[in-house]
Design a protein around this ligand. Sequence first.
Ligand SMILES: Cc1ncc(COP(=O)(O)O)c(C=O)c1O
Length: 307
Amino acid sequence: MVAEDENNDEICQEMEVEDPFCLESSPLKLTFEDITSAAYKIKDGVIKTACTRSHLSSVVNMELYLKKDFVQYTGSFKERGACYALMMLSDEHKRNGVISASLGNHAQALCYHGKRLGVPVTVVMPTVAPIIKIEACRNFGATVIIQGFNMKESKHIALKLSKEKGIIYINGYDHPHIMAGQGTVGLEILEDVPDADAIVVPVGGGGLIAGVSLAVKTLKKNCKIIGVESDRVPSFTKAMEHGSPITVEGKSTLADGLAVPRVGCNAFATAAGLVDKMVSTSHLNPLSLLNKGPGYNTQSHSSSTTR
Ligand SMILES: Cc1ncc(COP(=O)(O)O)c(C=O)c1O
């Protein structure tokens, strides 16, 4: 374990490679127009998913709606941002292709839409990435590099390659076009459930909650935004306490998409003033959230809504 940690540090301290779209010194705040532009652009490439009343409503004694983004082709909302980010590339960058690092959902989304739109995609996935997601990326014809013991290392490798090859690195939660695409979830939720009192959003790097909170607070100021993260990696909660992104010492969790030890600087700058509450919950018992009292008692695959 110690040897692995030393190796991690060696790889990552070798030379920090900056992502020009995600600079902690000058974070970018998303605008509502970015999200409406994304909604228009991705409408033919991404499924407009249902947000329907759940049978759990009677169990939790409230009207509970679940947004079903797991029906997207690759199984997650990540397609929204990936599709928009690829569509927004210049022709030259579309020809050159893009690179990213991901444990799975963002990688699959990027590879799928890359194939659909004719953009070459390279993904660097850590050795702990689920084999089924690695295979899915390969089946979409992407270049898949399995390198790095964790996301930090894989990201470092991908950023280095992006510099060497002159191709764009697309951060899966903090690139502005990714956040804008994810924000379309918020627009759709309010279309289907216009009188929602609160929307519960899972938080990893913060891209989804950044887009959703901006979309929702712009259209319906009094609708509460409640972020949920794993109590094993409470990086957004700690960033809120600290006033800016801060690295937390993460422990492994079954909710691998939420295991991001430092939230994105653009995502935090966009979402921080819009999130009403953060809740940490156990990955072993996600439904424990249902017992935390009124106002924040829901849980779902993507986002859920109460009224
Ligand atoms: C299913 C699922 N939900 C939530 C998240 C968190 O999204 P974000 O990293 O934008 O906060 C992820 C991230 O990979 C995910 O795959």
